[in-house]
Design a protein around this ligand. Structure first.
Ligand SMILES: Nc1ncnc2c1ncn2[C@@H]1O[C@H](COP(=O)(O)OP(=O)(O)OP(=O)(O)O)[C@@H](O)[C@H]1O
Length: 233
């Protein structure tokens, strides 16, 4: 459904993505790996329309959507959980969640406010707290919950476990597995490559703005080379 074809993008004069082609098939989980600064977030931001693709093309269901605005990409069914979370600090947890509620492209409302609270029981005790009164883990739960309430076909999680305590990290991976099991496609960026491989169908590795390797995750689990060289582990 969503794909990028030979995409190049820049920050000013800095050429960051050098011809990236990646498919995100319906119902599949894709892991995006690579050392710091290799362009993972830029790839996501280009797909979402925050960074313009200077050449190359982005497709949704075979239709070209290159450089559509982020709101339009979201309406096409992408739930984006950005690095750094992006919870509205002056809104309560309840308001943060309810403001994004809408039916999916096909009209389904599988992810309701109630279901998000069942998925993240911890948020039930925080409903009237402001976004700025939450722990990092709770903010991440709100951010994921908010994206789920748009009933997306694709969830993008950029470093969703970054800086969180081990118990919270385990909870986030549990929810990622639950999202995957419901048939929503996922694109996951995380430093823990073993966890990424365990939770995805395919993995792609970025090296200096290019995809240096794309393979089934199960294959990369069995044959760590050349993945481990690319990641420096
Ligand atoms: N707003 C920006 N303006 C200029 N350069 C940027 C900007 N954001 C990122 N870059 C540069 O683009 C390159 C790719 O960064 P990007 O954030 O996409 O990498 P990443 O693989 O996601 O790494 P990280 O894990 O560190 O976030 C880096 O060299 C970074 O310094």
């Amino acid at each position: 459904m969503f794909s990028l074809q030979d995409v190049h993008s820049f920050y000013g004069d800095s050429h960051i993505l050098h011809g990236v082609s990646l498919a995100l098939p319906q119902g599949k989980a894709v892991g995006l790996l690579g050392r710091n600064g290799m362009g993972k977030t830029t790839l996501i931001r280009t797909l979402m329309g925050y960074v313009p693709a200077r050449s190359g093309r982005v497709f949704a269901d075979g239709k070209e959507v290159t450089n559509f605005a982020p709101e339009k990409m979201a309406k096409l069914g992408i739930g984006y959980v950005p690095e750094g979370r992006g919870v509205f600090p002056n809104l309560s947890v309840k308001e943060n969640l309810l403001m994004s509620a809408r039916a999916g492209l096909d009209g389904q409302r599988n992810w309701t406010y109630e279901r998000v609270l069942e998925t993240f029981p911890r948020l039930k005790e925080r409903l009237s707290n402001g976004g700025d009164q939450l722990s990092g883990g709770e903010q991440q739960m709100v951010s994921i919950g908010r994206a789920l309430m748009t009933n997306p076909r694709l969830m993008i999680l950029d470093e969703a476990t970054e800086g969180l305590a081990p118990l919270v990290v385990a909870e986030i991976w549990r929810v990622i597995a639950e999202i995957r099991a419901t048939g929503i496609s996922t694109l996951i960026v995380d430093r823990d490559y073993k966890k990424v491989l365990a939770h995805t169908d395919y993995a792609a590795v970025m090296e200096k703005g290019k995809l240096a390797l794309q393979a089934p995750s199960a294959q990369l689990q069995q044959q760590p080379e050349p993945l481990s060289s690319l990641l420096g582990v």
